[in-house]
Design a binder for this molecule. Structure first.
Ligand code: HEM
Length: 450
């Protein structure tokens, strides 16, 4: 124990050590060094992507037993409450990117179950840009500012959609008004990647997870998003925090789509392709449970910034599929976290699991027989445009008009060759869409000349 004199000695540190009252500061001042070095090293390295985010906490309860499909303990019986931690994020950009920017929102949930941690990483749009993890670093660089001057570069962005025709479905979702959001209480969440559920009898199903906001889905137009970006760049985080602070719990329903793996042989697309959705009429959403977010972080740095979500944090009965994006993700998250949080990141309180060892990781697919020639190849049925067409045709006239405006107001600033290729892709989605985008770009070009 320390006595009062020692405490006083330790707290008297508001002046650097100098020679005389106004003399030079001494290099030997260990108190000064310790204070400044603590400051320099006190921040956590930002995430490589999904940098800007907000956290909230609460609980999940199962409303429908999923025993028939998975042996995961927390999904066997109804009504038991499990603590959860959630982090909402913007997939691209930095800490200063406006919440309303056209962007993919991340929606990650950690379930602290009796069997260990289960992390469910979702995005607010159901499809991804590409179907193979090996293309993702290039995608991220297309979505990043110019390395020359750190400014957004339309050619960088639009050459992504020219280079990767499979990103056309994502183009329909991201450049519709679904790409702009002002409240996280009103977004959906989609696992995008396909996982596997296995029941106690060893029967496997493919599974896609969905969160549905109980307060209803809401998006905003590009004009409103741009206006709000100036008014309050942190509007979505503030809205989440203020609502929870006022006692308005934020709730989502968890649903799943399940598929017999044999169906893959019959479908016109590959169900493990992340650029595709599964038809909700053919594979209806089954309700699983409810999440209630009812308290805010008390220490953002410790409780949210240090959360280390990992799609490989699975439980017996919850596994990976052969989805090529998901398989690439299986090891990159803990790699990123070792770099970002240090090798001891699993012992940080928000990440800690009692008695954890590597053998607690779930090895997917035990017992399956797999054979074939080793190769690097495109999947047999890439089917790059059919679902983009379906999505476009599902929009109302007003939604189509906004999509055209959102695409053409950006594409106009790309290089002519990039514009040409993107318009060819749009032609494949719908000749009418390509025609409207072309005409709108001519109008923008005229206005710019004047
Ligand atoms: C091969 C493809 C992908 C790679 C290499 C990748 C990589 C990463 C990395 C390195 C992080 C930061 C992790 C950290 O520092 O804690 C991250 C975060 C995240 N990723 Fe991915 N990702 C990929 C695809 C996806 C997909 C398809 C989704 C769709 C659900 C997704 C959702 C997220 C979310 C929600 C976060 C934020 C997690 C948080 O809030 O901490 N990622 N990703």
């Amino acid at each position: 124990m320390y006595n009062n004199n020692e405490q006083k000695r330790c707290s008297d540190v508001s002046h650097s050590q100098t020679v005389g009252v106004r003399g030079p500061v001494l290099v030997q001042d260990t108190v000064l060094h310790e204070t400044l070095e603590t400051f320099v090293f006190s921040t956590t390295r930002p995430r490589r992507i999904h940098t800007k985010g907000y956290g909230a906490f609460g609980y999940f309860y199962t409303t429908h037993s999923m025993k028939q499909y998975t042996k995961a303990g927390f999904l066997q019986t109804t009504n038991q409450q499990i603590p959860v931690a959630v982090r909402f994020s913007l997939a691209s950009g930095n800490q200063g990117t406006p919440d309303t920017s056209r962007n993919v929102r991340g929606f990650s949930t950690r379930f602290y179950t009796d069997e260990g941690i289960f992390d469910l990483l979702c995005n607010h749009l159901p499809v991804f840009f590409v179907r193979d993890a090996i293309r993702v670093p290039d995608i991220i660089s297309h979505l990043s500012p110019s390395p020359v001057n750190n400014l957004p570069d339309p050619e960088r962005l639009w050459s992504l959609f020219a280079k990767y025709p499979e990103a056309t479905n994502m183009l329909m979702w991201l450049f519709s008004d679904m790409g702009t959001v002002k409240s996280l209480r009103h977004i959906k969440g989609y696992s995008v990647s396909t996982y596997v559920w296995q029941n106690a009898q060893g029967i496997r199903h493919y599974v896609k997870y969905h969160w549905r906001p109980m307060a209803g889905v809401e998006y905003i137009t590009q004009q409103e998003a741009q206006w709000l970006a100036c008014q309050d760049p942190d509007i979505a985080g503030r809205d989440l925090y203020d609502n929870i602070e006022k006692g308005n719990a934020v709730e989502y329903e968890l649903c799943v789509q399940l598929m017999n793996p044999e169906d893959a042989k019959l479908l016109p697309f590959d169900p493990l392709d992340d650029t595709k959705v599964w038809d909700e009429n053919q594979y209806p959403l089954l309700p699983v449970g409810r999440m209630v977010l009812n308290h805010n972080p008390e220490n953002y740095a410790e409780q949210v910034e240090k959360l280390a979500f990992n799609p490989a944090n699975l439980l017996p009965g919850l596994e990976f599929s052969d989805d090529k994006v998901l398989q690439g993700r299986t090891f990159i998250y803990p790699d990123a976290q070792r770099h970002r949080l240090g090798p001891d990141f699993r012992n940080i309180p928000v990440n800690k699991q009692p008695n954890w060892s590597p053998s607690c990781m779930v090895s997917s697919g035990n017992g399956r027989y797999v054979s074939g020639e080793i190769m690097r190849s495109e999947i047999p049925n890439p089917d790059n445009f059919a679902q983009a067409t379906q999505k476009y045709e599902s929009f109302s006239a007003a939604e189509k008009k906004n999509l055209v405006n959102n695409i053409s107001s950006g594409l106009i600033d790309a290089q002519p060759n990039t514009q040409y290729i993107v318009l060819c892709h749009l032609e494949q989605v719908s000749p009418a869409l390509a025609e409207m985008a072309r005409n709108q770009m001519l109008l923008y070009a005229d206005t710019k000349e004047k």
